[in-house]
Ligand binder design. Structure first.
Ligand code: NAD
Length: 242
């Protein structure tokens, strides 16, 4: 319960889906959790429900496509809590279109939301992060699977794996670890469409839940696991091994 007591954890896209599961899990483990999300209603509701249970959380409306808003987020968190111990770059969108109908606008929206945000949030947070802190990025199995009409999304997630390796090297001198997680199918807001997925494509014979990813984040953020950096952990019930 108290492993992360007093630690400050920022979760981008923390108002729903996997991010909400991550926020709830770190809060339950004693952390001060900052939910940075576009969705004001869901973000405020989560802040309220966590604080009602005696936990410390703060919603800060943030568009991770916007550099000025990211700078504002990081400054506000640091001024409020005096530290940034864990940054979880989770916000992401998955918009799929026939490749020949993929416009530059849609490409930019996906890349800027999913990948450029990782660069900007990490750069701003890492300026203030101290030795022993860490960054966790959400990639996807789609970065390594061949699937039609996922070009922008897959490129963004492949880019996240690559920036994870580069950042782990760059930030090692500050004692900051950087890792990423590649989820397979996780039951989030889009679950209705997941019902069509054949669960037998997983060794685990089920789709994942946000908690599966949240517990992996806890493991990676645990200071006892400080020999792990520059790593990607696939959490997909064995789907990519089948
Ligand atoms: P979700 O749509 O359920 O939640 C995403 C959250 O991000 C929402 O609260 C949304 O408001 C927020 N968000 C979107 N754009 C934003 C922006 N510009 N600024 C700030 N917040 C923004 O998605 P999810 O399924 O929970 O996915 C979370 C992450 O995990 C994403 O990066 C996604 O690519 C990745 N992922 C998900 C799955 C899956 O099966 N669900 C699989 C692999 C990877």
């Amino acid at each position: 319960m108290s492993k992360f007591k007093g630690k400050t954890v920022i979760v981008t896209g923390g108002a729903s889906g996997i991010g909400k599961g991550i926020a709830e899990t770190f809060a339950a483990n004693g952390a001060n959790v900052v939910i940075a999300d576009l969705d004001e209603m869901k973000g405020k509701n989560l802040e309220e429900s966590l604080n009602k249970n005696g936990l410390i959380s703060m919603f800060i409306r943030t568009d991770v496509k916007n550099e000025a808003e990211i700078k504002g987020l990081i400054t506000k968190v640091y001024d409020s809590f005096g530290a940034i111990d864990v940054l979880i770059n989770n916000a992401g969108i998955s918009k799929f279109h026939s490749f020949f109908e993929l416009t530059v606008e849609l490409w930019d929206e996906v890349i800027n939301t999913n990948l450029r945000s990782v660069f900007l949030c990490s750069r701003e947070a890492a300026k203030l992060m101290k030795q022993g802190s860490c960054i966790i990025n959400l990639s996807s199995t789609r970065a390594v699977m061949s699937e039609s009409n996922t070009e922008a999304y897959s490129a963004s997630k492949g880019g996240i794996m690559a920036i994870t390796h580069a950042l782990a090297s760059t930030l090692a001198e500050k004692g900051i670890r950087v890792n990423c997680i590649s989820p397979g199918w996780i039951e989030t807001g889009d679950y209705e469409s997941l019902r069509k997925i054949d669960h037998k494509q997983h060794f685990a014979n089920r789709v994942g839940k946000p908690g599966d990813i949240a517990r992996t984040c806890l493991f990676l953020a645990d200071p006892e696991n400080d020999f792990i950096t520059g790593e990607n952990i696939t959490v997909d019930g064995g789907m990519t091994r089948k």
